[in-house]
Design a protein around this ligand. Sequence first.
Ligand code: CMP
Length: 483
Amino acid sequence: MKRKGSKNKLIASIVVAIITLLLLGLLPSSESTNSSLYHFLIRVHADGLSGGPPRIIAVIHLLLLAILGYLAVRVLNTLFSFLFRLRQGFEAPTLAQNVFSIVAFAIIFFIIFSFEFPDAPLGSLFTTSAIFGVILGLALQDTLGNFFAGISLQADRPFQVGDVITVGANKHTGVVEEITWRAIKIRTFQNHVVLINNSSAAKEPIEVCARENVNARLVYFSTLYSDSPAKTIHVVREAVREAENVSHKVTPIVRIRNLGDSGVEYELKYWLEDYAKYNDTDALIRQRIWYAFKRAGLNFSFPTRTVHVERKGVPREEDGGALVERLSAVDIFAPLSVEETGMLAQAAVRHVFAPGEIVIRAGEPGSSMFVVHNGRVRVQVNENGRPRTVATLNEGYFFGEMALFTGEPRTANVVALEETEVLEIGHAAMKTVFDANPDLVESLSFVMAERRRGLAVQTDAAATPHDESAGILSAIKRFFGLS
Ligand code: CMP
């Protein structure tokens, strides 16, 4: 469409130029073309409106030359834009084109003028017009301010057409549509056009979100305290990364901003393909978070106060069954009666660990053991300054029994691999269980002997499994005062 329009314009310009040249050729040479401006003006003044034909011819002559001059400027301007694009690789700014046209007009004006009126004292006219210059300067103060600010904007190129900018105290935000010699034209997200004078823009801070830059946005949300942060972060990140206009170059970041009055406050940072569409993308992301929460059973927080009354050490009614079920599935507790498992479940204390958190630290004293209720842990020892993974324990496995049953320091680090919930069982509860089930000690000593070998696999291969478990057995009996 645009191409067709410019083609028509070109044809029209050529036609006009040919007609003008023909007319110029047909015109008889007027008196004024070889006389001075002074004489020409005097004649107009003396003859008034009743002037004769030579003067009319001179005026027509001037007009035709002016048309030719205008066409010449247009041709030069097109040439300038073409060369600019060729050299710089992008379209010449409107302001640069305007400046070029003004200069070209001025030069052509001077050429025509001195050609038509060779005797007119043009130089002195300009050098003696200082007062005129001052008056003009004062009158055009703002205009010139805008003009020069516009030139400095073009030279600095802090932003370009298509970038999103926020300008000034009023925080006008929009997409830059044009930078003219007078103003920056931006289109706001309500589709309004705002014109900001170049001179005012030059004095204000301008926030630029360049089109080719991967710009980020922040979206806030909050969950109830009962919702797990690790799960929330995972769910939101996955929900957002596939949303339309979210950049694939950078993975979104979800992090806790604050532990607020009503819930855990999060911030989501994501990067956009097209920053100009951030309103729609923010909205889409909030929608995605809502649906993801619904599927994952997460809850948005709102201003509420919940009062929990909890008796320490006593599992809540609804949890009791789950704990008994979990403990009865642990192999070493298999021989226990339902009542004994129930007693252990009552004594167990639940703890939640975030991914990467240390549950047990090697070398520290310990007087309790743990059962993995949900999640996964890794048992690690330090070997020559490097961590070596000895085992990975899933739901239903136990750890921490070595220090509990022998009184020795913890033999390894135990680290949560994901969000992990453990049940902690203390010395007193285990003593009750041992008193009622002396055989348990024996089966435990076998497990512990096996684990010890895993710990010392690189260094100590001398002790036989039987010797080792016998040693552990007597150590446990001694420590728990069992016969
Ligand atoms: P404790 O020594 O109290 O603390 C570290 C725990 O890591 C230890 O008890 C065991 O429960 C556990 N552990 C040590 N070695 C192994 C192993 N080879 N396999 C599984 N668990 C182990």
